[in-house]
Design a protein around this ligand. Structure first.
Ligand code: GLP
Length: 235
């Protein structure tokens, strides 16, 4: 593997390490950031907010969104990005997949055009406990572009803590595909905590397989994995 593995003390140090890469990238011309949701990137977004960097000349393109969840729902990824980054550090344009579109297949095609017009310089990723990236669940072909996804039971289970009831967790999402993610010039995947240890072990040391979507990063020329000791504990 050619992945760069950085083991950090905790998620605050992880956010700082990821921020340093982004700062360097912007200094050398990065114009489009691929952003992610979930608890993992929050420390990075805090570093971005604290910094004196201005993102108003940059574009952001988010990975995914639930299908059918209104954008003002606190759990929608549109709202998450507003709350955790955009309200404090606005970008010139910020794109998030249109999970409320009447025609999700058309929204997916439109999103691919957005990505084509705004090639991603640096893509931020978290990872699901089953190795998913974005909402690309195990079994997703590596060449897929933006598409509608049926969430697995494991992801619904993991995400239900954010909703009043498990039945409120959306069953579908719209996600950038692994094909789109792999076109990014540079990728930073972050993971913290022992419940990510198996996924991280399989991602870094296992075979490149669609059973572990993140293992595809072994084929990327410029991928950095930032993990704390708990997430690194099975390496
Ligand atoms: C969701 C998101 C992923 C994210 C994952 C892990 O399924 N679609 O992009 O990586 O959750 O979330 P967390 O960072 O909260 O562990």
């Amino acid at each position: 593997t050619i992945m760069d593995i950085k083991i950090v003390k905790d998620k605050v140090a992880g956010g700082q390490a990821a921020f340093a890469i982004i700062q360097q990238g912007i200094a050398t011309g990065a114009k489009v950031l691929g952003l992610a949701t979930g608890s993992t990137p929050i420390t990075l977004y805090q570093e971005m907010i604290k910094s004196d960097l201005d993102f108003r000349q940059l574009t952001s393109v988010n990975l995914d969104e639930y299908v059918g969840l209104p954008y003002d729902n606190p759990q929608s990824y549109h709202q998450f990005m507003q709350d955790n980054l955009f309200s404090k550090k606005p970008f010139k344009h910020s794109y998030v997949p249109e999970g409320m579109a009447a025609d999700i297949d058309q929204a997916a095609k439109d999103y691919d055009k957005i990505i084509e017009a705004n090639p991603i310089d640096i893509q931020i990723l978290g990872i699901g406990r089953n190795g998913h990236i974005g909402f690309n669940e195990p079994g997703t072909p590596f060449d897929e572009l933006t598409h509608e996804v049926r969430l697995t039971e494991s992801t619904i289970e993991a995400n239900k803590r954010f909703f009043a009831d498990e039945k409120d967790v959306p069953r579908k999402a719209i996600s950038m595909g692994i094909g789109s993610i792999m076109k990014s010039k540079q990728i930073i995947l972050m993971a913290y905590g022992s419940d990510k240890a198996d996924a991280i072990q399989a991602t870094i040391e296992g075979p490149v397989t669609t059973h572990v979507p993140a293992s595809v990063l072994q084929n990327h020329a410029n991928a950095t994995i930032i993990i704390d000791e708990a997430a690194a504990s099975k390496l």
